[in-house]
Design a protein. Structure first.
Length: 74
C-alpha cells in the first residue's frame, strides 16, 4: 500500500469522525439548558451545523467507498 492511499484512508476516517462532531454540536446547541441564548438564535446556529454534518456524511461515505472499496490495481 502506498503512502498516498494510506493518507486518503486516514482523511476519510477523520472526515467521518467530524460528521459526528458537527451533528453532535448542532444537537447540543438546540437542547442544552446551559446556553443562555434565545431559542431562535440556537436554531439559527444549530440547523446549518446539522445540515453541514449531513452533507459531510454523504461526502465521507463517497470518500470511504473510493478509498477502501476501490480496486487496488492502480
Amino acid at each position: 500500500m502506498n503512502s498516498k492511499k494510506l493518507t486518503e484512508r486516514m482523511l476519510a476516517i477523520f472526515g467521518a469522525t467530524m460528521v459526528f462532531f458537527y451533528l453532535g454540536l448542532g444537537i447540543f446547541i438546540i437542547i442544552s439548558p446551559q446556553l443562555n441564548i434565545d431559542k431562535s438564535l440556537r436554531i439559527i446556529f444549530a440547523v446549518p451545523l446539522m445540515l453541514y454534518g449531513i452533507y459531510r456524511g454523504f461526502a465521507s461515505y463517497q470518500k470511504i467507498k473510493e478509498s477502501f472499496y476501490s480496486d487496488d490495481r492502480e
